[in-house]
Ligand binder design. Structure first.
Ligand SMILES: [Zn+2]
Length: 334
């Protein structure tokens, strides 16, 4: 029987080495170790051996059984490591998700592109400003009632969140001098409610053009070209007098309502016109605050709210949609 066990051991080794998958391994396990398996057969035959041989053969049989068990266990983990994940090639593909700019960024980029085409550069300034840059240098002294329309959030006595991008005018003229021609896009802050048409935070785009002979006619021509670029060639513009402390004369510009073509609708309040920006010729006091001689230089300035332009262009009824990051809204502007 010892001879037979040796042959069996060799048979087991070859079989376990050659097995290729977990199912085959399980079949071998049953064949060798199962209730009706080969090892149990040997144990049954043990009783027929002479008494003095039984302990010796029994011991060998037990060792062999233990060895087969451990070999099967290690083969099982080997096979598991080699297992290739199953790929179902018939599954429908998953679309790669491609991001795209917020409609507000699209409009800001379009406006920047237009003015860059006219020779403007792009400048930026800090969002936390001092009272000097936000107000005084722009001809808004502490007692001036117009501070109310630019009411902002203060950080202590001297610092505040800028309430317009106009401080960038002062900073850039100080840094680079004149002549200068740039736009300054960026966020601004006002004490305001947060509803469909108001927000305490919005994007403004400031424009400044200073040289020795800059006229109001140029201001009108450039802004009319801008309106046609954004809203289409058929749009008409209208200027009417206004007041800003940092420009003199000051004006506001309206465009013929692109939704009803000026006939009157809910969006334009039946007037046929939509106001889109404020502008004017730079006030001499602003030049004086940065040491520029107002008798030598003149310039025009304008400021517009990017949200307002985007809301008219895309017919969006609620300013809050720009900031909520709702994909149902954003996906419409791919
Ligand atoms: Zn209208």
């Amino acid at each position: 029987m010892l001879e037979e066990l040796k042959r069996f051991e060799a048979e087991v080794d070859t079989a376990l080495k050659g097995v290729k998958d977990p199912e085959g391994l399980e079949q071998l396990r049953l064949r060798f170790l199962g209730r009706k398996g080969r090892i149990n057969e040997f144990f049954k035959r043990l009783g027929r051996l002479p008494v003095e041989e039984r302990p010796k053969v029994g011991k060998i049989l037990n060792q062999l059984k233990a060895r087969i068990e451990s070999t099967i266990a290690s083969r099982r983990s080997e096979l598991k490591e080699q297992e290739v994940p199953r790929i179902d090639l018939t599954l429908p593909g998953r679309m790669g998700w491609v991001g795209h700019p917020n409609p507000l960024s699209l409009v800001i980029d379009e406006i920047i592109d237009f003015f860059v085409g006219l020779g403007f550069t792009v400048e930026f300034g800090p969002e936390i400003e001092t009272d000097w840059y936000n107000f005084e240098a722009l001809n808004i002294p502490p007692y001036h009632p117009s501070r109310e329309m630019f009411s902002s959030f203060y950080l202590g006595d001297e610092l505040l969140l800028r309430s317009h991008t106009s401080p960038v005018q002062i900073r850039v003229m100080e840094r680079k001098g004149v002549p200068i021609r740039f736009i300054a896009p960026g966020p601004v802050y006002r004490v305001d409610k947060f509803d469909a048409t108001h927000s305490p935070f919005f994007y403004q785009i400031e424009g400044l053009y200073v040289d020795q002979e800059v006229s109001f006619a140029e201001l009108k021509g450039d802004l009319e070209a801008f309106a046609k670029h954004i809203f289409g060639e058929s749009v008409r513009v209208r200027f009417f007098p206004s007041y800003f402390p940092f420009t003199e004369p000051s004006a506001e510009m309206s465009i013929s309502c692109p939704i009803c073509q000026g006939k009157g609708c809910r969006v334009c309040g039946d007037s046929g016109w939509l106001e889109i920006l404020g502008c004017g010729m730079v006030h001499p006091n602003v030049f004086k605050s940065v040491g520029i001689d107002p008798d030598r230089y003149q310039g025009y300035a304008f400021g517009l709210g990017a949200e307002r332009i985007a809301m008219i262009k895309y017919i969006i009824g609620d300013i809050r949609l720009f900031y909520e990051n709702d994909f149902r809204f954003l996906d419409q502007f791919r």
